[in-house]
Design a protein around this ligand. Structure first.
Ligand SMILES: Cc1cc2nc3c(=O)[nH]c(=O)nc-3n(C[C@H](O)[C@H](O)[C@H](O)COP(=O)(O)O)c2cc1C
Length: 282
């Protein structure tokens, strides 16, 4: 299923969402699995150790997990040293490269965007929706609005990663801004919930249970007239869901939790299931 994204031909619309390969160490191996795109990160400006363990609880029966990793990262400057090598590996295999940045202030985001723009990546995803932020980007709409205005100069594709569990008013507002400014959307991040077994007492739910929310939000954005790229991400565990999300308006479809359970084999299984699905329909 080759597709064109921002003028680049990609071998298929399936890829890895943010969170698995936070510092890019796995990128050279993951790009060999046949995926069309990879999201590296989230990378933070300063090195962070993240939250104390336990910070992931798996619910295998539900095909779900809760995590509160707390954005651990070796930091942006360390990442930049390795980035050219990572891009080279991805380019050899024609994989679209997205770097997810997580900033704790407008200044941090602007600094990282300014430094990364000269690298040969395809896009940056702005993580403004991780539960680690404790809602800070989401509660101060004026501040988030300023960020989204100030980054317009960025010369490469930008994706804004939306949260789950926000109110409709917020979604309409941010979809409208992204539409006006020509940003893509990544729909969506995890759903914030309480989980007492996690060290900090809360986390983000991912995996199969969030799928209906993600699908509904993608179709809402399209119904509201959103015309740019959408990465559908959340709860995709089976091949049929890839087609389902694309029919509802996604251009690219990512997985994270499926990879968390199965590792790179998840992609081989999804490709097989998808080709059976496509074969049955033709
Ligand atoms: C262990 C783990 C770590 C994650 N880390 C990040 C991250 O660093 N940045 C980010 O934007 N999203 C992160 N996410 C959210 C995923 O990118 C994705 O939006 C969410 O898990 C829904 O997709 P899924 O159901 O396929 O997992 C993480 C998710 C998990 C499970």
């Amino acid at each position: 299923m080759p597709i064109e994204i921002n003028g680049r031909l990609i071998k298929n619309p399936i890829g890895l969402g943010a969170g698995i390969d936070k510092d890019g160490f796995l990128t050279p191996r993951i790009v060999r699995t046949g995926i069309g795109f990879i999201t590296i990160g989230s990378v933070t400006l300063k090195p962070r150790t993240g939250n104390p363990k336990p910070r992931i609880i798996k619910y295998p029966g539900l095909k779900a997990m809760v995590n509160a990793m707390g954005l651990p990262s070796r930091g942006f400057l360390d990442f930049l040293v390795r980035l050219p090598g990572l891009v080279k590996e991805a380019r050899k295999l024609g994989v679209y490269v997205i770097v997810s940045l997580a900033g704790f202030s407008i200044g941090e985001f602007l600094y990282m965007l300014d430094r990364i723009r000269v690298y040969d990546i395809d896009a940056v995803e702005l993580n403004i929706s991780s539960p680690t932020y404790h809602g800070s980007w989401l509660t101060d709409r004026k501040y988030l609005g300023d960020l989204l205005r100030l980054i317009e100069y960025f010369p490469k594709a930008l994706f804004v990663k939306l949260p789950l569990g926000a109110d409709m008013d917020f979604y309409r507002w941010i979809v409208d801004i992204a539409n006006k400014r020509g940003y893509g959307l990544t729909i969506a991040n995890t759903l914030p919930i309480r989980e007492s077994r996690i060290s900090v007492g809360y986390g983000g739910l991912s995996g199969y249970p969030i799928y209906p929310l993600v699908k509904a939000l993608i179709s809402k954005a399209r119904k509201w007239g959103f015309g740019d790229l959408i990465i559908g991400l959340g709860g995709v565990m089976y091949g049929w869901q890839i087609l389902d999300l694309m029919r509802n308006g996604a251009n690219l479809v990512g997985v994270v939790t499926a990879f968390g359970f199965e590792g790179p084999f998840a992609f081989g299984r999804l490709f097989r299931e998808l080709s059976m699905e496509v074969g049955e329909r033709h």
